[in-house]
Design a protein around this ligand. Structure first.
Ligand code: CDP
Length: 227
């Protein structure tokens, strides 16, 4: 098996994690959900009343945060200090604070270092905002995923409902647009398309169709590494 790194970046809820998981499964690669790490840090700050505008409190808190992933029954689960927080980190209260938290340089430095460690052996599909630009600038395949904002909102609405998380359509859309704004305009590692990324617009694509397109690109890159 040829081991490449596949980086998938894009705006909130554009289908990155669905594509990344599907690709990882098809290629027997690991999956890295970088957003889950920023969500776990945010959950820790909220649950422990850490004022994330206080730089010293943030740095001290980071020392007490351990995040890892486990695969349980074929599902990727996020653990924060030994506890499965996969569901808690998807709640709206976390979504409301995660972008300001992810804009803090000390938080990013810590997460990026861990993410780079997870990608050392390659054979990984990672999704986020800065994967192709900062975390793995040497990734063999970079995909920049885009989709219409209403379609993104509807998909997230369905996804949350399936998890039993109650949220209004408008509340979800406002949150997505606000996160898009903060993530794209922050000083440290703003979301942007890497120069060598391939754009896929999945507004009108099914899950299977987007996977097919991405797999074609991945197999092409793998065969080039092979050659
Ligand atoms: O699933 P969704 O696209 O809504 O978001 P996510 O991937 O769970 O990421 C949550 C938040 O974490 C984003 O809105 C960003 O603020 C931050 N994030 C980041 O700054 N860098 C990354 N590589 C991944 C996420």
């Amino acid at each position: 098996m040829k081991r490449i790194i596949i980086a998938i970046d894009g705006l909130s809820s554009c289908g990155k994690s669905t594509l990344a998981k599907d690709l990882a499964k098809s290629l027997h690669y690991a999956y890295l959900d970088s957003g889950a790490m920023y969500r776990a840090v945010t959950l820790y700050f909220l649950d422990n009343n850490i004022d994330y505008n206080n730089a010293e409190a943030v740095v001290n808190a980071l020392d007490n945060i351990e995040i890892h992933f486990e695969r349980i029954d074929g599902q990727n689960r996020t653990f924060l200090n030994g506890k499965d927080v996969e569901r808690d980190i998807r709640e709206m209260r976390v979504s409301e604070h995660v972008s300001p938290v992810a804009a803090i340089s000390s938080v990013r430095r810590d997460m990026v270092k861990q993410q780079q460690g997870m990608g050392k052996r390659r054979a990984i599909v990672a999704d986020g905002r800065d994967i192709g630009t900062v975390v793995f600038p040497d990734a063999e395949l970079k995909i920049f995923l885009i989709a219409d904002a209403d379609v993104r909102t509807s998909r997230r609405h369905l996804e949350l409902a399936a998890k039993g998380i109650d949220a209004e359509w408008d509340e979800i859309q406002n949150n997505l647009l606000e996160r898009d704004r903060i993530d794209s305009n922050r000083a440290d590692s703003p979301l942007r398309q890497a120069d060598d990324a391939v754009v896929i617009d999945n507004t009108l694509l099914s899950e299977g169709q987007q996977l097919e397109k991405a797999l074609e690109l991945a197999n092409q890159k793998i065969s080039e590494v092979d050659a």
